[in-house]
Design a protein. Structure first.
Length: 311
C-alpha cells in the first residue's frame, strides 16, 4: 500500500491585539492518505479439462510436468499436472477423467482434484470445461454455454464436502466476473455463446431416458451434464473463484425426430468444441490477469469462515 504525504502550513500570530509586534507562529500538519494497493493480487489458474480437453498442453508456454502428491482425500484423477503459462499467468491443467479417460463421472475424486489445485498448487481460480447436452432448441450442438445455476440430480455416492458440517451459500455459485470474461472472450473469437444457463447434473454414466429429459425441460433447465456437482460446491468450500465453460455436444434425447445422444457422437463433436475452447481460454485468462481480485478474495474467505460449523 502506498501513502501519499501532504504537508499543510498554517501561520497565526501569538497576539490577536497587535499583529505588528507579535511573533508569527508556524505549524506544519502532515497528512498521510492511502492511495490504495500498487500491486494487484497475483493469480494462479487451475484448469480442469473435461471430455475432449483432457490435459491439453497446446495452450501453454514453458510447459513442464508436475508430480501430484496424494491429498487427505486420496489421489487426483491423474498422477501429474501440466504446468506452464497462458498470457503470462501461471496455469496448471489436470484432467477430470484421467489421462486415459478411464474415470467415469461417478468415480471422479472431485475433492482430491480441487484440493490439489487450490491447496497444493496454490491456484486462486479454477476454470473448467464440461461437455453437456442441450435441452433447448436454440442452444445448438457446437455452441458454447456459461454455467450460472445448477440442479443436483446426482446421488449421495459422491463426496461433496471437505468438512463435517459446512453450510456454504449457493445462491450464485459461479463467479460473476469470470462469467463475464468468458462471454467477452467468446465474442472476441466470434463464437456463439449462451450466458446464464441452468444445468441439471445427473449421476451418469448412463444418459437420460426420454421421460427424464422431458422432466428436465419442464423444470426450465437449459442443459444437462454429469460433472458440475459436486465440483462447484467444493470450489466454494475452498473459497476459490470458479467458472465453467459448457461445451454443447448434442440435444440429449427429448426431440421428436428420435435423435439420441451417444458416446461416439459426443466424442466426434468434442473435436470441434475442444478447438473452440482453446480459442476462448487465453482471452479469459488475459482478462482475469488485468482484474483486481483482492476484494472478492477477502469476501470469499469471510463467507467460508461464516459457513463452517464443524471442521
Amino acid at each position: 500500500m502506498t501513502l501519499l504525504c501532504i504537508d499543510l502550513l498554517f501561520c497565526f500570530f501569538s497576539s490577536k491585539s497587535n499583529r505588528q509586534t507579535s511573533e508569527p507562529v508556524f505549524i506544519v500538519i502532515r497528512i498521510f492518505r492511502s492511495t490504495g494497493s500498487t500491486r494487484m493480487a497475483k493469480i494462479i489458474v487451475g484448469i480442469i479439462g473435461g471430455t475432449g480437453l483432457d490435459q491439453d498442453s497446446s495452450l501453454l508456454t514453458d510447459k513442464r510436468l508436475v508430480d501430484l502428491k496424494e491429498t487427505p482425500y486420496g489421489r487426483a484423477s491423474d498422477t501429474q499436472a501440466i504446468a506452464g503459462q497462458i498470457e503470462g499467468v501461471d496455469v496448471f491443467i489436470i484432467s477430470r477423467h484421467g489421462k486415459n479417460h478411464d474415470v467415469s463421472p461417478s468415480h471422479v475424486n472431485y475433492r482430491a482434484n480441487l484440493w490439489t489445485l487450490v491447496k497444493q498448487l496454490n491456484c486462486t481460480h479454477v476454470l473448467v470445461t464440461s461437455a453437456c447436452g442441450s435441452l433447448k432448441e436454440h442452444i445448438e450442438p457446437g455452441h458454447i454455454g456459461i454455467l450460472d445455476q445448477y440442479i443436483d440430480r446426482t446421488t449421495s455416492f459422491r463426496d461433496r464436502s471437505f468438512y463435517k458440517v459446512c453450510h456454504v451459500e449457493q445462491r450464485n455459485p459461479i463467479n460473476a466476473s469470470m462469467q463475464q470474461f468468458i462471454l467477452e472472450a467468446c465474442e472476441e473469437a466470434d463464437l456463439t455463446c449462451h450466458e446464464g444457463l441452468t444445468c441439471v447434473t445427473i449421476e451418469g454414466p448412463r444418459f437420460s431416458t426420454l421421460a427424464e429429459s422431458r422432466l428436465h425441460r419442464s423444470w426450465g433447465c437449459d442443459v444437462v451434464n454429469m460433472t458440475s456437482v459436486p465440483e462447484v460446491q467444493l470450489a466454494t468450500e475452498l473459497a476459490t473463484m470458479y467458472a465453467c465453460i459448457l461445451l454443447v455436444t448434442d440435444y440429449d434425447c427429448w426431440r421428436d425426430d428420435g435423435e439420441c445422444v451417444s458416446s461416439s457422437g459426443v466424442l466426434e463433436r468434442m473435436k470441434d468444441l475442444g478447438a473452440k475452447a482453446r480459442k476462448i481460454i487465453p482471452g479469459v485468462i488475459r482478462r482475469m490477469a488485468a482484474f483486481d481480485w483482492s476484494k472478492q478474495m477477502k469476501e470469499n474467505e469471510k463467507s467460508l469462515k461464516d459457513s463452517i460449523m464443524v471442521e
